[in-house]
Design a protein around this ligand. Structure first.
Ligand SMILES: Cc1cc2nc3c(=O)[nH]c(=O)nc-3n(C[C@H](O)[C@H](O)[C@H](O)COP(=O)(O)OP(=O)(O)OC[C@H]3O[C@@H](n4cnc5c(N)ncnc54)[C@H](O)[C@@H]3O)c2cc1C
Length: 338
């Protein structure tokens, strides 16, 4: 029998756990990781500390190249997959190279979520997902004192801590998406406002953002229904959504993420999806849920790999731990205290 060729798209926890599991159970196989990011695996929860200057860039990264070499896993960084040909079983890279596979795991993760009402202002807003984003924050913060955070979510709270450490003046507009994927009710709104204010954050209470204008390179103005605010940097924090846009044309079933059954299998033979990019069927709910969080991603990566190799492991999630947010069912392993 010829050597099986497995391709994993992504280099986050889902992809890495999948590649490790494939190597452990299929020692003879050829395993290739394709990742569009040019950098090694990083710890996203450390990005705010990096911005605060508490860590060096090198401290963000783990798994040196030697890790992959020792396990005979081919790690290809800076390789963006732009399409997948399932009939010929090739992943197609941006520079047109075809990477053939017998089995494929899609683990492309999530990207910062920008709600519809803010899409128009997207170019004025900074988000935080990768070390590249963090470096842009560092660059912008060097010439500004006032930062406006819109949205909320867990990342924004850790970043706020970092900004306060740097002595920045932080204004915060908490809106209904503030703790996405958790809903924000009045009680939580009051508690979070109190916490933020105790730490010296100015919480802006408003219902609507009417206008955003770039006045100068480092000066933005935002008009809300309650006041007009100026800030040097504007951060948008509305959680993460599956990063699957490039997959729409491939023939995979896509809703919010890549639709997979409870065994993480897509509609194509030997093609699985795992981590933040997957939308997983729940037989009890008869509906799909999106996964968010580091531990969830790694656990799903392992299941996808083992099932690709012939197991039949079902993803089990208690229905109570699946939240409905804005019409999307979400399960998250991520929750930290501010
Ligand atoms: C700032 C920040 C802090 C966080 N803190 C926590 C925390 O404290 N606890 C927690 O549980 N979770 C946290 N998270 C969420 C957690 O990082 C994610 O849930 C987790 O990384 C998802 O893992 P993943 O493997 O599914 O995808 P990701 O880690 O998002 O990795 C996706 C990979 O896919 C690659 N990729 C995407 N598209 C393509 C393409 N077309 N071609 C090739 N490669 C592609 C990317 O380069 C990347 O390597 C945080 C996230 C952020 C951004």
């Amino acid at each position: 029998m010829s050597v099986q060729r497995f391709v994993v798209i992504g280099n986050g926890p889902a992809a890495n756990r999948a590649a490790d599991s494939l190597r452990e159970k299929a020692p003879e196989s050829k395993i290739t990781i394709l990742s569009k990011d040019p950098f090694r695996s990083y710890r996203p929860h450390l990005l705010p500390d990096f911005i605060a200057g508490a860590l060096k860039e090198e401290d963000l990264y783990f798994r040196p190249h030697a890790y992959y070499k020792e396990r005979d896993i081919i790690l290809r960084l800076g390789q963006s997959v732009v399409n997948i040909d399932f009939s010929k079983r090739n992943a197609i890279l941006e520079h047109k190279e075809l990477v053939p596979f017998d089995g494929l795991i899609v683990a492309t993760g999530g990207k910062p979520r920008i709600p519809e009402q803010f899409r128009l202002f997207e170019e004025l807003m900074l988000t935080l997902k990768t070390p590249t984003d963090a470096k842009l924050w560092i660059e912008k913060l060097a010439s500004t004192e006032a930062v406006l955070i819109v949205g909320g979510d867990l990342t924004s709270l850790s970043l706020t801590k970092a900004l306060l450490k740097l002595g920045k003046h932080v204004r915060f507009i908490l809106n209904e998406d503030a703790f996405w994927p958790r809903p924000l009710n009045d009680e939580v709104y009051r508690a979070v406002t109190e916490r933020l204010e105790q730490r010296g954050v100015e919480v802006i209470h408003c219902r609507r953002i009417k206008r955003m204008t770039r006045l100068q390179e480092n000066l933005l103005e935002m008009e809300t229904d309650s006041q007009t605010i100026e800030a040097g940097v504007l951060g948008a924090f509305f959680g993460l959504v599956p990063d699957v846009r490039f997959l729409v044309k491939t023939g995979l079933d896509i809703d919010h993420g890549v639709l997979v059954n409870e065994f993480l299998k897509t509609r194509f033979t030997d093609v699985y999806a795992a981590g933040d990019c997957a939308q997983v069927y729940h037989p009890g709910l008869r509906d799909y849920w999106v996964s968010i969080g580091y531990e969830n991603a790694a656990a799903l990566g392992r299941i996808a790999a083992l099932n690709l190799l012939g197991s039949r492991l079902e993803v089990r999630v208690e229905p109570e731990s699946i939240l409905e947010v804005g019409g999307v069912k979400v399960n998250t392993s991520w929750w930290t205290e501010f």
